[in-house]
Design a protein. Structure first.
Length: 117
């Protein structure tokens, strides 16, 4: 019987770790909108309410830069903050959230780029 006990402890610990790993999911950013004339790009991801998503800031910047370059700009800078919205209600509870960040497209000859040198 002593041999079964460590195996059960191992299985219980493994099940706990798998449950915790499922709570920390990796989410991918996607371009979700923007305004070409204002040079603003919106990048978003969605996740279920009780998950703790991990996201890549580098991936978000690459997506924003790609959209800015497609519009004829040379760079993209993050605008401070982010927007969190409920994207799916279940009765009176929000069970799915959308997080959005905005990026400002910049031209190489813009006023702000003169100070970066």
């Amino acid at each position: 019987m002593t041999r079964i006990k460590p195996s059960l402890q191992f299985l219980a610990a493994a099940a706990l770790l798998l449950n915790l790993a499922a709570c920390a999911t990796s989410q991918k950013w996607a371009v979700s909108g923007g305004n070409r004339s204002d040079g603003v790009v919106r990048i978003s991801y969605e996740y279920p309410e009780f998950e703790q998503p991990t996201v890549s800031d580098e991936q978000a910047l690459k997506l924003a830069l790609g959209r800015c370059e497609g519009w004829g700009f040379d760079d993209a800078e993050p605008i401070a903050g982010q927007i969190r919205q409920c994207s799916n209600m279940d009765g009176s509870n929000c069970n799915f959230l959308t997080v959005t960040r905005e990026y400002q497209c910049k031209a190489a000859g813009s006023f702000a780029s003169n100070f970066a040198k």
